[in-house]
Design a protein around this ligand. Structure first.
Ligand SMILES: Cc1cc2nc3c(=O)[nH]c(=O)nc-3n(C[C@H](O)[C@H](O)[C@H](O)COP(=O)(O)OP(=O)(O)OC[C@H]3O[C@@H](n4cnc5c(N)ncnc54)[C@H](O)[C@@H]3O)c2cc1C
Length: 460
């Protein structure tokens, strides 16, 4: 990525742009920031030199749900303009600038027979965001996290130094950057090992699950590597759902399918929050459950349509109205399955409606201190931010999760307290020590970092 290597001397600092309001993917009122959108490494370095008080944070596609990619009254370095990439067919690897999206990579790589080994539930995430959150896919048990496939990355530090970090570096800087939520510096580029695939199609096995235990059993059964359960938590039998297990097909059969999804409908701005209520979602869930086959094997589906179903509906968080949604995604270790049921039951008892629930199995924890996955289960719950009593209910859920040795996913979070983060991320001190070496003046900060105490307010 020679074009991203900044010159020895920084370009002159850009004039700070006018303030604008931005927010996380979950919506809500947002915060005022100044946003710079550099197009190459020199411009990123110039942006960093402009990052005086009260600090700065990198932003990719803004698909983190809460406040990870924003800093109220601060500078946001929006990397979505840095979109170059090169495929090395011989090595089976791609070197990509940080702003390239997973969707852009797949559109080019899949027809050439290559797959990004780990993709999230949306194609609209950047390489920088995927590394900073160390994202996992539906195949975590077999593929690990995104960071497991990064063989090198370029990090621009607060001092303007360009570091090339690799997983085997003993200084811990690579591990602190993977999953480090943008708080070690700006990732400029990354080299990602790819997976060879035979076609853009998946063979999908589907089963209806009668309840949570059934879903857990189906997700534990042998079968495809991309596994996920959609659960209905609104209807009369909470926990019933649909489990799919999908595997790449070796050869293309039938018409070639696209690796990405085009949104066919956009939810209009100003959508009334009241339109999304338990009765309407309950009806939708009932239809969805009944339309799913009881048991189906080997159904052929396009990779994009299967892996990114939500991308068909653009701006879908607007369904939650102006207050937006909170996604509560947590992980608990194998053996702590009852906590999944306890959290579901607690929210139900407190009348906090869950409009979308997704359960996945997770493999072993990655090596990065702030990475989210741990061997066990993860449940992601979409909840209306305006639901009465939601804050108290989720605080109680945090206790249940932490007591079980689990954790809440930082990239989805908008409300965790510092004590909860300390309890859930036992390697926090190790991460902080490396971060403090990389950013002794505490220039990198986000609203998430300040709210949760990842970065102390008093630094700088
Ligand atoms: C519909 C949907 C489905 C999802 N499914 C999954 C899933 O299955 N698994 C999963 O793990 N996640 C999932 N996510 C979450 C998403 O993958 C992460 O939040 C990801 O980080 C978003 O990438 P982004 O480019 O939008 O980053 P942003 O939201 O812009 O930023 C996220 C974090 O990355 C940092 N960052 C971004 N770019 C850089 C950079 N160049 N250098 C340094 N730091 C940077 C930011 O500072 C911030 O801390 C999903 C999100 C949505 C909306």
């Amino acid at each position: 990525m020679a074009e991203l290597a900044p010159p020895a001397r920084a370009a002159s600092s850009p004039v700070p742009p006018a303030p604008e309001t931005i927010h996380g993917w979950g919506g809500g009122p947002g915060v005022r920031v100044r946003r710079l959108r550099p197009r190459d490494g020199a411009a990123v370095r110039a942006a960093i030199s402009a990052a005086r008080a009260p600090g700065a944070i990198a932003r990719g596609m803004g698909r983190s749900y809460g406040d990870a990619a924003q800093l109220a009254e601060g500078l946001v370095i929006d990397m979505s303009g840095c979109t170059g990439f090169e495929l090395d067919r011989d090595a089976g690897a791609v070197t990509a600038q940080a702003g390239v999206t997973v969707g852009a990579l797949l559109a080019e790589l899949v027809p050439a027979g290559w797959m990004v080994p780990v993709v999230p539930g949306t194609q609209h995430v950047s390489v920088g965001g995927a590394i900073a959150s160390d994202i996992h896919g539906k195949n975590h048990r077999t593929a690990g996290t995104f960071g497991d496939h990064v063989s090198a990355l370029g990090l621009l530090t607060a001092a303007g130094e360009l570091l090339e970090l690799t997983p085997d570096s003993a200084d811990g800087m690579f591990a602190a950057t993977v999953g480090g939520m943008g708080l070690t510096g700006v990732i400029l580029w990354a080299r990602i090992r790819l997976q060879r695939i035979g076609s853009p199609l998946l063979s999908v096995d589907t089963d209806r699950a009668a309840g949570l235990d059934d879903a857990l059993a189906l997700l534990s059964a042998p079968g495809g590597s991309h596994r996920v359960a959609w659960l209905d938590l609104i209807g009369p039998r909470p926990g019933r759902g649909i489990v799919t297990r999908a595997e790449h097909l070796d050869e293309a059969v039938g018409a070639p399918d696209r690796a990405t999804v085009s949104s066919r409908v956009t939810v209009p701005a100003g959508w009334p929050a009241g339109a999304l209520r338990p009765s309407t979602v309950g009806l939708f869930n009932e239809l969805r459950y009944r339309r799913a086959p009881r048991r189906q094997r080997g159904h052929v589906e396009g990779l994009g349509a299967h892996l990114f179903p939500l991308d068909a509906l653009a701006a879908w968080p607007r369904l939650y109205g102006r207050a937006g949604l909170l996604q509560y995604q947590f992980a608990v270790p194998a053996g702590a399955e009852p906590v999944l049921g306890s959290v579901i039951e607690l929210l139900r008892t407190r009348r906090v409606p869950c409009f979308l629930a997704v359960l996945k199995d997770l493999g072993p924890a990655p090596g990065s201190p702030l990475s989210f996955p741990l061997a066990g289960w993860t449940l992601a719950l979409d909840l209306p931010r305006a639901a009465p009593g939601i804050d108290d209910a989720l605080r109680r859920c945090d206790e249940l999760v932490a007591q079980a040795g689990g954790r809440v996913y930082l990239t989805k979070d908008a409300r965790l307290a510092p004590a909860a983060v300390t309890a859930m991320y036992p390697r926090l001190a190790e991460w902080r020590a490396v971060r403090d070496r990389l950013d002794p003046d505490g220039r990198w900060r986000s609203d998430l970092a300040l709210r949760t105490g990842l970065v102390a307010e008093t630094r700088r």
